[in-house]
Write a protein that binds this ligand. Structure first.
Ligand code: ADP
Ligand code: NI
Length: 218
């Protein structure tokens, strides 16, 4: 089996798993991540097969999206086995998909990703910022019945204890301060840092305009 054939099968598998999602992880997200990964790979010496396979599979077993992530990880493992991936490749791909997330990066002992993993993480994060990122945050917030904005709600690190207890109050605009505006400084590769710059500024401009319009309604 050629690498192209392996990737074509993985793409179909990912499509079957992701195409029904309605929280901003539909297959269009995967396709943008793949395009960005290919772009970054032009400047980075990572193994394209492992990087692209991990990119296609990165959200399939996400514990935010499925109730049985372990079952899906086992399914991915069997599937990659059938496609003649080595145990070493399978271990690397699953390590990447398991450890990519923003919350893991913030943990006391953040996982150390291979270059392939850093590239997938950058591409995933680039899709969470800029105009697409704004759209996805609003889409996700709507799907999860979040309030649009509450000027009283501030980023967690600036909250006092009693505010902190009320965290069901996440708003769409607050999500920018809690996560989206932090991603640019967390990019791994030079290519991603360059792409992130404009997208970051676009979010800053959006938030300034949003708040100006919000206040004008008073
Ligand atoms: P991914 O795993 O693709 O990086 P997430 O699962 O964290 O992304 O979230 C999917 C999309 O929804 C992202 O664009 C993210 O910024 C957005 N999102 C996640 N949590 C929230 C939230 N609480 N409010 C608004 N948007 C959110
Ligand atoms: Ni993703």
């Amino acid at each position: 089996m050629t690498n192209e054939e392996q990737l074509e099968s993985i793409k179909n598998f990912s499509y079957q798993k992701m195409s029904h999602d309605a929280t901003g992880h539909n297959f269009d997200h995967i396709q943008r991540v793949i395009k960005t990964v290919k772009n970054i790979l032009k400047d980075e010496p990572a193994d394209p097969l492992v990087t692209l396979a991990a990119a296609y599979l990165h959200d399939v077993a996400d514990d935010k999206l499925v109730s049985n992530p372990q079952t899906l990880e086992n399914e991915i493992k069997d599937f990659l086995n059938q496609l003649d991936f080595s145990n070493e490749q399978i271990t690397e791909i699953l390590y990447i998909t398991h450890n990519l997330s923003f919350s893991k990066s913030l943990s006391a002992n953040p996982p150390k990703l291979s270059l392939a993993g850093q590239i997938v993480q950058d591409a995933d994060r680039l899709d969470a910022i800029g105009a697409i990122g704004i759209t996805r945050a609003i889409y996700y917030g709507g799907a999860n019945s979040e309030t649009i904005y509450d000027p009283e709600i501030r980023p967690r690190e600036k909250m006092n204890k009693s505010e902190y207890r009320n965290l069901s109050n996440e708003t769409i605009i607050n999500h920018f301060y809690e996560k989206l505006l932090k991603l640019t400084a967390m990019m791994n590769t030079e290519t991603a840092k360059k792409i992130a710059k404009n997208r970051h500024q676009y979010m800053i401009d959006f938030l300034a305009e949003f708040k100006a319009e919000w206040d004008a309604e008073k």
